[in-house]
Design a protein around this ligand. Structure first.
Ligand code: PMV
Length: 359
C-alpha cells in the first residue's frame, strides 16, 4: 500500500513580550521568563506555512526541504520527529516539505510556524493523539513554536520544573476576542540574519550583564500584557510591547560581541511611531522587533492608514497585514500535498506554488 502524505497549514506568531535566553542544564528550550504573543492568521493568504510529511519504510534518512531547498540541520524539526517516533514506537524515517509565504530567517518566526505545522502534521501521520498542552510541549523543541500551536493570544508559562512539563503555551483569548488588533509587518530587508536565534539566546545569557535583570522585567511585562489583552486595553498593551522589545534588544546589544538585529530603517520606524504616538491622544501604534530588522507594528485596524502615512518615505519594501488567527490545522492532502507519494520526492517548485494558491 502507498504511504500517505499529511499536510498542515499554520502561521507565525508575534511576541508582545519576548522569550530570549534559555535556562541551562534543563530539558530543551526552557525559558527564563514567560512570554506573550498573538498567533497570526494564515487565512489572510499572505502569511502562512504549509508543511507536508510522509513516513515510509522506503526512506533511509529524514530529509527536510524548506522553500525548495534542502535543510541539512533542522534541529528543532528533528527533535519533534524523534519525540513522536518514541511515542509511536516506530523507526520509520520521514520526508518533510515546507513552504513559507514570506521571507524566512528575517524575524518573522518562520521556524515557529514551520515547527508548529510539523508537530500537527507529524503527530497525525503517526496517529499520536496529543492534547493542547502536549502539542505545545512538543513544538517547544523549536522554542517559540510552542506559542504558534495556539490560536488567538497565547501565554507561554515559564514553568519551574527541570523536565519542562510545566513550560508550555496556553490560550489567553480566542482570535475573535480582539479581531481589530493587527500586526502590520514592515519588511525592510529580506537578508537572512547573521546570528541565529539559537546562538543569540546563548550569547546573551552568557555575556550580557544587563540580561541578569531581564527575566524579572519580562515576567512583570507578561502579567501587564495578559491583563491588557483581556481588557482590550490598547494603550497599556502598546506601551508594554515597545518597552519589552527595547529591553530585549538592549540586552542583545550588551552581549559580547554585540548582537545587532536592527538596521537604520528599523530605527527610523521606531522614531516615526514614537513621533506619531506623541502627536496622538493615547498611543496609536506599537513597534516590536524579533531577531531581525523587520518591524511588526501593532495597531488597531481603524488606524492602519494613519500608520502607513507616518511610515511613508522610509523605503519599506513590503507590508503584510494580519490579525489574530486560528492556529495550525490539517489540510486535505488530496487537495494540497507538497510530496509525491509514489516517487517520495518533493513536488516540483513550480507545481508547489500553484498548489499553495489553493489555500
Ligand atoms: O524560537 P526562537 O528560538 O527562534 O526564539 C524566538 C525569539 C524571538 O522571536 C526574538 C522572541 C519571541 O519570543 O518570539
Amino acid at each position: 500500500m502507498l504511504d500517505k502524505v499529511y499536510t498542515a497549514v499554520g502561521s507565525p506568531n508575534i511576541a508582545f513580550v519576548k522569550y530570549w535566553g534559555r535556562r541551562s542544564g534543563a530539558a530543551s528550550n526552557l525559558p527564563n521568563n514567560s512570554s506573550v504573543s498573538m498567533t497570526l492568521d494564515w487565512r489572510t493568504k499572505s502569511l502562512f506555512t504549509v508543511t507536508s510529511i510522509i513516513f515510509s519504510k522506503k526512506l533511509r534518512n529524514d530529509a527536510f526541504y524548506i522553500d525548495g531547498k534542502e535543510d541539512r540541520n533542522p534541529k528543532g524539526a528533528k527533535a519533534i520527529l524523534d519525540s513522536l517516533r518514541k511515542r509511536a514506537k516506530t523507526r520509520e524515517r520521514a520526508l518533510i516539505v515546507s513552504y513559507n509565504s514570506f521571507p524566512r530567517a528575517t524575524g518573522i518566526a518562520s521556524s515557529a510556524s514551520g515547527a508548529a505545522t510539523l508537530a500537527v502534521a507529524a503527530s497525525k501521520a503517526l496517529d499520536v493523539k496529543l492534547n493542547e498542552r502536549e502539542l505545545s510541549i512538543l513544538a517547544r523543541e523549536s522554542g517559540s513554536a510552542c506559542r504558534s500551536t495556539i490560536g488567538g493570544f497565547a501565554l507561554w508559562k515559564v514553568g519551574t520544573r527541570s523536565d519542562g512539563m510545566d513550560s508550555y503555551a496556553i490560550q489567553i483569548a480566542k482570535p475573535n476576542h480582539w479581531p481589530e488588533l493587527v500586526d502590520l509587518i514592515c519588511i525592510v530587508s529580506r537578508a537572512e540574519k547573521k546570528v541565529s536565534s539559537s546562538e543569540g539566546h546563548e550569547r546573551t545569557v552568557k555575556t550580557s550583564t544587563l540580561y541578569a535583570s531581564r527575566p524579572k522585567i519580562a515576567e512583570a511585562n507578561a502579567k501587564i500584557a495578559v491583563e491588557a489583552i483581556r481588557r482590550r486595553d490598547f494603550h497599556s498593551l502598546s506601551e508594554i510591547i515597545m518597552k519589552d522589545s527595547n529591553s530585549m534588544h538592549a540586552a542583545m546589544l550588551d552581549s559580547r560581541p554585540p548582537i545587532i538585529y536592527l538596521n537604520d530603517k528599523s530605527r527610523q520606524i521606531i522614531e516615526a511611531i514614537e513621533e506619531l504616538n506623541r502627536r496622538s491622544d493615547g498611543n496609536m501604534a506599537a513597534y516590536t522587533f524579533d531577531a531581525g530588522p523587520n518591524a511588526h507594528i501593532i495597531v488597531l485596524r481603524k488606524n492602519i492608514s494613519k500608520v502607513r502615512r507616518a511610515l511613508a518615505g522610509i523605503g519599506i519594501l513590503e507590508m503584510i497585514e494580519s490579525g489574530p488567527g486560528p492556529g495550525p490545522v490539517m489540510l486535505d492532502s488530496g487537495a494540497v500535498s507538497l510530496i509525491n507519494p509514489r516517487s517520495l520526492e518533493p513536488t516540483r517548485d513550480k507545481d508547489a506554488k500553484s498548489l499553495l494558491d489553493k489555500i
